[in-house]
Design a protein around this ligand. Structure first.
Ligand code: EPZ
Length: 430
């Protein structure tokens, strides 16, 4: 496996700031669409996932698929984009060892697929993560309604289906992305119809439904956040293209705002960023979208945005908060961030303050005062999007920034340093 996405804990980025960015970059496939699709691939008889990003989280999911008996192979299509093929084997293995569960907490999304495929499953509780506790109560209560029996033995979940998975009406108290995905996948082969009320509406949910329907499932997404799944006896295979990563798109745009310059992000889906693009324009970006291309021109000074509150889709995405916070450090005025999804979304704030930012974070609110001229220093990634925020900040900083623990970034950004170098950034991986 190339060094590209292997977690090298000693690896770091060295960034020399204030190099103007110019040119165009292509955005890779969405990690958070590809992961549930790979879990769902357990239920079909062979699939090829186009535009699959080559990330450490994806490799972790691939390791789980192989442990479960699947054969997987990477290829490239005529555009040089990655295609990951999955050939499931007979439903022999139904457990996920703790070591594999701990590699990636979102492995919980495999639960619904394994139960639907094998009628049983055994896996350990996924750990919390840098964003705080990551409960799975909605996943478990929903799967029980579909007929899954779940015993919690210590840190292990032992699941079985005494009869057959059957349809149910499930109302989620919160539109949980992962719980919606687990229900959709398990309900695909259940007897009868399942209706999910107050389901998540993220583009990644739509993509998972698209993949499953391409394999013969019968899933209907309604505009009010209701999802209806009519169970089918079997799924066939398919070749399916994953949507572009909307958070990586935002990150590239934020890089151009702190470094200043003129960049076109190609292969994006601007309609997935309806709550974010206006904020970037409010902060001083000149944006023009043309089909799947987003053209951004930005020169200092940046302006503070009105209060940014994260919400489930189509609201402002929590994953975009950290990169936009890095931009706000350079903006004239105060920007208030309110995080309504995760408990610890501000961990990068302290690292940004070490670079000279003026951020006061308390509970779910952070206030960023600017403009501050950030300066290079040694900083550490705390989580995936917090790490990306440090790169965004370093590109506008005076001097050299050393960003350590970049394995967090490698979970969700393919070749970030190489991509930024093509735009003129002075960034290397050591
Ligand atoms: C998905 O996480 C994404 N991960 C996250 O992206 C993203 O931030 C999040 O959705 C929100 O959009 C993947 O798709 C792999 P949730 P998920 O279930 O499914 C609470 C990234 O950077 N909750 O919608 O875990 C939970 O604690 C990652 O790529 C329960 O209380 O998100 C959180 O506060 C970070 N009980 C809130 O709901 C449950 O059973 C949102 O969780 C499940 C969730």
């Amino acid at each position: 496996m190339q060094k590209g996405c292997v977690k090298m804990d000693t690896d770091r980025y060295i960034v020399d700031g204030q190099h103007r960015l110019e040119g165009q970059v292509w955005v890779h496939g969405a990690k958070n669409a590809a992961l549930p699709i790979l879990a769902a691939s357990l239920l079909c008889d062979g699939c090829e996932i186009e535009n699959c990003p080559d990330l450490s989280d994806i490799r972790a999911a691939e390791n789980i698929l192989r442990h479960l008996g699947c054969r997987t192979a990477w290829d490239e299509d005529s555009n040089g984009q990655k295609v990951l093929s999955v050939i499931p084997a007979p439903a022999a293995v139904w457990d996920i060892p703790d070591a594999l569960m701990q590699q990636m907490r979102s492995s919980i999304v495999f639960l619904g697929a394994i139960v639907a495929r094998c009628g049983r499953a055994k896996l350990s509780y996924p750990g919390g993560c840098e964003l705080g506790p990551r409960p799975i109560d909605l996943h478990l209560s929903s799967l029980k309604k579909l007929g899954v029996q779940i015993l919690e033995e210590g840190n292990e979940l032992v699941c079985s289906v005494p009869h057959k998975l059957h349809g149910a009406k499930i109302t989620l108290p919160f539109p949980s992305v992962g719980a919606t995905e687990n229900i959709m996948i398990a309900a695909t082969l259940a007897e009868g119809e399942t209706v999910i009320c107050n389901a998540a509406r993220e583009p990644e949910i739509v993509d998972l439904a698209g993949f499953l329907n391409a394999c013969g499932a019968r899933i209907r997404l309604c505009s009010d956040g209701t999802i209806a799944i009519c169970g089918v006896p079997k799924l066939h295979g398919c070749r399916y293209r994953v949507i572009p990563d909307r958070i990586v798109t935002v990150t590239y745009l934020c890089c151009c705002m702190t470094a200043t310059g003129e960049v076109t992000v190609r292969g994006a889906q601007p309609q997935h960023l309806g709550a974010v693009l206006p904020v970037l324009e409010e902060m001083g970006a000149q944006l023009h979208t043309d089909g799947n291309d987003i053209h951004l021109r930005c020169k200092a000074p940046l302006r503070a945005a009105n209060t940014i509150s994260t919400m489930p889709y189509p609201g402002f995405p929590t994953d975009a908060l950290a990169p936009v916070m890095a931009v706000a450090c350079y903006a004239q005025g105060s920007t208030i961030f309110v995080e309504n999804i995760f408990q610890d979304r501000f961990k990068q704030a302290w690292q940004l303050c070490r670079m000279g930012a003026d951020i006061h974070a308390e509970g779910r609110v952070a206030v960023v005062r600017g403009p501050q001229q950030l300066h290079g220093t040694k900083v550490q990634c705390t989580d995936l999007r917090g790490g990306a925020a440090l790169v965004v900040a370093a590109l506008g900083a005076q001097g050299r920034t050393e960003i350590e623990q970049i394995h967090h970034i490698l979970r969700g950004y393919e070749k970030l340093d190489q991509t930024l170098r093509t735009l003129g950034a002075a960034i290397v991986r050591k």
